[in-house]
Ligand binder design. Structure first.
Ligand SMILES: NC(=O)c1ccc[n+]([C@@H]2O[C@H](COP(=O)([O-])OP(=O)(O)OC[C@H]3O[C@@H](n4cnc5c(N)ncnc54)[C@H](O)[C@@H]3O)[C@@H](O)[C@H]2O)c1
Length: 259
């Protein structure tokens, strides 16, 4: 019997794999046989995940990289891919921001743009260049914020809408290279991203806000990083070979069941 979702001998780059959803994705891909190569601003976080993967018998590497820096992304991809090909790219690194059109400063907007949009552009450019001769699978992290109006998320929603559009564009333009490109749109997932948001915006009230945010998913809780990892694993596998240009909501019913 053959094993499903087998990624033996595949090489995967995961941006922002040193924490939260990216960590869970790196672990899921490595658990299925891939070498998970983590690119993160926070090298210590990336190394800790690599050590976890190796302790469980998997293959992984950590590299320091700021996805917002075009030259650095080009150099890091060049170093990593000397003598090997790239099969999987996960564009997961992203940052959050709270504010509406009136309270979002130009500096805030530029910061979100530089990581969540230009960062994805930078790694897509390097990744597609590396995959264009042998094909591969790309998964981008969008968000429910790309699909519905979430209050006070002007810059963040804009950036995730752009991720959605970049996914469609790459999926269409790169069909002939054998590259599939999809995105996932999580609802709230319990990660350091959420804990940091609560600590910054609701100091002293974190527990109550955690409950409130949990209940905004009709299913009654936040998502778990491992649930994101499993969906991404599927999308990267041969089992998903008929899927490209699709976005998958993984949100406990947030977009479709909240009336
Ligand atoms: N957690 C959620 O509720 C949620 C919901 C929808 C979408 N998302 C998206 O999922 C992705 C991961 O979110 P998370 O909750 O795991 O976040 P997280 O903050 O736990 O992890 C993000 C990781 O990205 C890294 N990173 C940040 N900026 C970087 C840069 N410029 N270059 C390289 N690495 C960088 C961080 O160091 C960190 O390791 C993000 O794109 C986020 O927008 C998260």
């Amino acid at each position: 019997m053959s094993k499903k979702f087998d990624l033996t001998d595949k090489t995967a780059i995961i941006t922002g794999g040193g924490s939260g959803i990216g960590r869970a994705i790196a672990m899921a891909l490595a658990d299925s046989g891939a070498t998970s190569i983590i690119l993160d601003l926070n090298l210590d976080g990336a190394i800790a995940v690599v050590e976890e993967i190796q302790a469980a018998g998997g293959k992984a590497e950590a590299h320091s990289c700021n996805v917002a820096d075009h030259e650095e992304v080009q150099r890091v991809f060049g170093d990593i891919l000397k003598g090997r090909s790239l099969d999987i790219l996960i564009n997961n690194a992203g940052i959050a921001h709270v504010g509406n059109i009136l309270t979002t400063s130009v500096e805030d907007f530029d910061r979100i743009y530089s990581v969540n949009i230009k960062g994805v552009f930078n790694t897509l450019k390097a990744g597609v260049e590396a995959m264009k001769n042998s094909g591969g699978s790309i998964v981008n992290l969008s968000s429910v914020a790309a699909h519905v109006g979430i209050s006070d998320r002007f810059a963040y929603s804009t950036s995730k809408g752009a991720v959605h559009a970049m996914t469609l564009s790459v999926a269409k333009d790169c069909l002939s290279y054998g590259i599939r490109c999809n995105s996932i749109s999580p609802g709230r997932v319990h990660t350091p991203f959420v804990d940091g948001f609560l600590a910054k915006n609701y100091p002293g009230n974190e527990k109550e806000m955690f409950e409130t945010l949990s209940k905004t998913q009709p299913i009654g809780r936040m998502g778990k990083p491992d649930e994101m990892g499993s969906l991404v694993l599927y999308l990267c596998s041969e089992e998903a070979s008929f899927i490209t240009g699709s976005d998958f909501k993984i949100d406990g019913g947030f977009v479709t069941l909240n009336t």
